[in-house]
Write a new protein. Structure first.
Length: 239
């Protein structure tokens, strides 16, 4: 597709305008700049790579850690008329084979894979023949040993820049402190890219910290004073 991002945002996804931070990430990826984007949950990270994927001439490969996430993303894209598929072991083999053929013939814009499947030599070799335009690493904090969700199979994604030197590398996460961001950027694109951190200011939320004196009484008083309100109480255990 050669339409402008703003037009696709409206016609494909049904949004009248970009949310804060989205447009600058879309522009970077369209320019071919390797980019790590740190945005809160619900800020619209998916749009930031899905739009460039629609505009790109070649395939975009999205790396996702969970089958459920892949299925949801693909279902949402298809509902909007976008050609997208996911290939994973929870699907019938014949469905995976049929969708891979569609990837090969160029009719698919976005291919969702787990890091384990992507980083097999067979898949990497097959993708090299397709010359992907972009790789997207979702839940990118999993690549960093500084992160609380480090996954060894994610660390292998650092080889993508050597196997696909012409592809744009992008990564998205809602959870990354400064050390984790630098680690992700170094591993994925040797620090030769941009780090964009946006959207964590929530003016509708108020934060407060109170010293603990009598925990149970404090909690009961807090709940009692908000008897007619909704809320969530987080606990260390079920006991």
């Amino acid at each position: 597709m050669t339409a402008a991002p703003e037009q696709l945002l409206k016609t494909v996804f049904g949004f009248p305008a970009f949310r804060p931070g989205q447009k600058e990430i879309v522009d970077r990826l369209l320019e071919g700049t390797h980019t790590l984007s740190v945005m809160p949950t619900g800020a619209g990270k998916s749009i930031c790579y899905q739009l460039p994927a629609l505009i790109a001439e070649h395939l975009t490969v999205v790396v996702s850690p969970l089958v459920a996430l892949m299925n949801d993303q693909v279902a949402g894209l298809r509902a909007n008329g976008v050609e997208a598929v996911c290939i994973h072991s929870n699907r019938p083999r014949e469905d995976n084979v049929a969708d891979w053929r569609r990837v090969q013939d160029g009719s698919i814009k976005l291919l969702y894979l787990s890091p384990e499947r992507l980083m097999t030599e067979r898949m990497l070799t097959a993708l090299q023949g397709l010359d992907p335009a972009m790789f997207v690493v979702d839940e990118a904090h999993c690549i960093s040993k500084w992160g609380f969700s480090f996954r060894p199979e994610y660390e292998a994604l650092s080889n993508l820049r050597e196997r696909f030197p012409g592809a744009t590398l992008s990564a998205f996460t809602a959870t990354a402190d400064t050390a984790t961001r630098q680690d992700i950027a170094t591993k994925l694109f040797a620090g030769k890219g941009d780090i964009v951190v946006r959207g964590f200011d929530r003016p509708n939320l108020k934060l407060a910290v109170a010293p603990k004196t009598d925990r149970n009484k404090q909690l009961l008083d807090f709940v009692e004073s908000r008897r007619d309100s909704s809320g969530i109480v987080y606990c260390l255990s079920r006991k």
